[in-house]
Structure formats: C-alpha cells, structure tokens
Design a protein around this ligand. Structure first.
Ligand code: LLP
Length: 385
C-alpha cells in the first residue's frame, strides 16, 4: 500500500527501482527483536537476502548480528559496523582467501560444511597463528516442504555434513589445534510456512546435541538457521510475521542446556515485505488469446519468478480502480520466455506509462539482479529522505 505522497514522489522518478519502506523494515525488526529477546535467542541476519547499505544499517542498529556467505559479505558486514563477534560465515565453498579475510576480522564463527574444510581452516588458521571458532553444519535430513530449489536439509542436498560423517569429523577435530568447536549448525530450507518443520528440526538438534555431549563436546551454540516464510499473497494484511509463535516453537521443543545459546539466521522474514520493485508499463499488447503488459523491469531486476516460478503480488498503483478488470500476462523486456512476472494477472485496465508495483521483493530481489542484456544496475529509493 502506497500513500498519496509516495505515489506523487514516484511520478518524478525514473523506473525501474526498488522502493524500501524503512518504516515497515523498522517495525519488522522491532517485532522480531522483542520476540527473540523474550526467549534469549540471538539472531544473525542473513545478508544474502539483501545487502543494501541502508537496509543493513537499520538491521545493525536494531541489534542483530550478521550471517555471511562470502568474503565480500564479511567485509560488507564489517564496513557497516557489525560487531565481529556477532558475525558468522557459512557456505559450502569458502576459498582460502575468504578464510584468511574472515580470520583477520576475528569473526565469531565459521559454519563448516565438510570434513575436508575442517583441515583447511585449521591449516590456514595455524599459518596466521589464529584460533578459529567453528560450528559444524549438519544436514538433518528434515524435509522443509518448500520449493525444491530452496530446500537445503535433505541428504541429497550439497549442504553440511551427513550424520554418518560425524565420527570422522570428531576424529579430525582432535588433530586440529587451531579450531575451537563452539556449536552445531542447521538450515533446512527457505520460505517455510509450515511451522511443524521447525519442530521436526528441534527434535533432530536435540539428538545431535546429546551425541556431541556423549563424545566429550560441551557445545556453547545451537544454530538453527533461518527459513521462516512470508505471505507473498497478502503483503498488506500480513506485513509482519508472527515471530512470537515462531520462536515459541523453538522455546518449547529445543532442549538447550544451561548456558547454551540458540542462534538464528533469518533473512527473508526480516526484509521481504519492506521492498517493492516499481516499474512503468512500456507497452500494452492486446491479443486474441492473451493481453500483455510489457514493463521496463524484467528478470534482470527480479529473478525469482523466472528462476523458481515464484509468486509476487502485482499491482497497478496508478490506474483508476474503477476501470474494468482485464487479465494480463505481465512480462519484462528481456529476450527470454521465462521473463514473466505473472500470468493471467487481473488488473484494472492498464495503459502505457502506468506504474506497476511488484510486492514483497525486499528479499532475494535487488541482490539477485544481474547485468544480462547489459541492463543498467537497478536503483533504490527509500521512504525517508
Ligand atoms: N542460513 C543459511 C545457511 C541459508 O542458506 C539461508 C538461505 C539462510 C540462513 C536464510 O534463509 P531465509 O531466512 O532467508 O529463508 N534465493 C532464494 C532463497 C535462497 C535461500 C538460501 N539460503 C529465493 O529467492 O527464494
């Protein structure tokens, strides 16, 4: 929903651009932080969802840590001012250069994704005379019941160690004097809307927490990852997640021992609803079977529909709402048939120059933009100043 003033402001701007409602962002952050504080849970925001500087500054200010998946994300988190002690670094393919960089910044923890990576981080840390805090990412084989492309916690996925590798992992760890095992890490997938999935995860984490204790490791951290889904269909009705219910599940089912910390890595649920992709209609093509609205934004600005057949709510924000409703395929200008934001979208009759908002685009939108077709880098506009 855009205020009259905001719409008037849009009229003077070149499209396409991402619009970030910083008020929605702040309200979301406050709601999440106060719910997590109730249970003494710690959150590292997953930068991969959105690493726009303005967004990151709000997140840092609200007291979150940072979950990074590349050396550049670690660097960005440091630049924005996140406390290194609240930075974790995950990813199946950390390069030696990235490991060195993270060690130099003295980040809190590396989430390690293979037995071989343990030895590599140990060697690099020894070379630079550092001690690396690590958490073992374990593939819990829990089905996230989400889109196959964003499921990560099944045995067939590339992420983390499988449980049968844990004895070998413990053996290797014994010889790694430059590593300190601080925790175990999990992440089963993204856009999870069935909270039962998190309950299943808790049961798995409890089992493994006990396993490590029995093998002589008193873990300080249980990191359960992110994955909380948002409502792409009703961005105005369900703008902010029910964080209390989400955390309450973990509070109820996770058996943390006294002193053990619980860490989360939320991305999407913190930033998705504050962002919209705003574009203009370049052309209206009326056909016999189909009507097309051709926008000045395409898959190069928002890739999710093309890549995952993801749904985003599409609104004509300048048409007269009294216009008759027409069904349109809303497409971009890119030379690919998958460059389509939505098929048979019912909108008030639209014309060249109308403005279109593609909602719930704050997460995995701007960050996944590409330069394909030599497109210009998409701009950002903020609700304040
Ligand atoms: N932690 C780890 C280890 C992850 O792999 C991810 C996301 C997160 C945390 C944050 O998950 P979230 O709370 O945002 O669900 N590009 C896809 C989503 C990819 C998610 C990758 N990992 C999309 O547009 O739907």
């Amino acid at each position: 929903m855009f205020s009259r003033d905001t719409l008037a402001r849009f009229q003077n701007l070149e499209t396409p651009f991402y619009y970030y409602d910083l008020n929605v962002l702040d309200q979301t952050l406050i709601s999440c932080k106060s719910a997590s504080d109730k249970f003494d849970f710690h959150i590292h925001y997953a930068l991969k969802a959105n690493f726009n500087d303005v967004v990151l500054k709000s997140i840092k200010k609200a007291g979150f840590g940072a979950d990074c998946v590349s050396g550049n994300e670690v660097k960005k988190a440091i630049e924005i001012g996140f406390d290194p002690d609240k930075i974790v670094f995950a990813g199946v393919g950390k390069s030696d250069k990235e490991i060195v960089e993270a060690l130099n910044h003295e980040i809190n923890c590396f989430n390690v994704e293979s037995v071989q990576e343990l030895s590599v981080i140990n060697e690099v840390a020894a070379k630079y005379n550092k001690k690396a805090g690590i958490a073992i990412r374990i593939n819990p084989n829990v089905d996230a019941h989400t889109h196959q492309y964003i499921t990560t916690g099944l045995e067939e996925n590339k992420f983390g160690l499988n449980q049968w590798e844990l004895p070998a992992c413990v053996e290797v760890l014994k010889g790694c004097s430059n590593l300190e095992l601080i925790g175990i890490h999990f992440h089963v997938g993204s856009q999870i809307t069935n909270l039962e999935v998190f309950k299943s995860l808790c049961i798995k984490v409890n089992e493994l927490n006990t396993w490590f204790q029995e093998h002589g490791f008193d873990l300080k951290v249980l990191n359960v990852g992110g994955g909380l889904g948002v409502d792409y269909h009703h961005p105005d009705e369900n703008t902010i997640n029910d964080f209390m219910s989400y955390f309450a599940i973990y509070n109820q089912f996770l058996e943390r021992r006294p002193g053990q910390e619980v860490h989360f890595e939320l991305g999407r649920a913190l930033v998705a609803q504050c962002g919209s992709l705003i574009s203009r209609i370049l052309y209206v093509k009326n056909g016999l079977k189909k009507n097309f609205l051709v926008l000045d934004a395409g898959m190069t600005e928002l890739m999710r529909p093309a890549l995952y057949q993801a749904y985003h709510k599409i609104e004509n924000i300048t048409a007269d709402s009294a216009n008759p409703i027409v069904s349109y395929d809303v497409v971009g200008p890119i030379c690919e048939s998958t460059d389509c934001f939505g098929k048979e979208v019912e909108l008030p009759e639209s014309k060249r120059g109308d403005m279109i908002a593609i909602r719930t685009a704050g997460a995995y939108g701007e960050v996944m933009a590409s330069g394909y077709n030599l497109r210009e880098r998409v701009k950002s506009v903020y609700s304040e100043g």
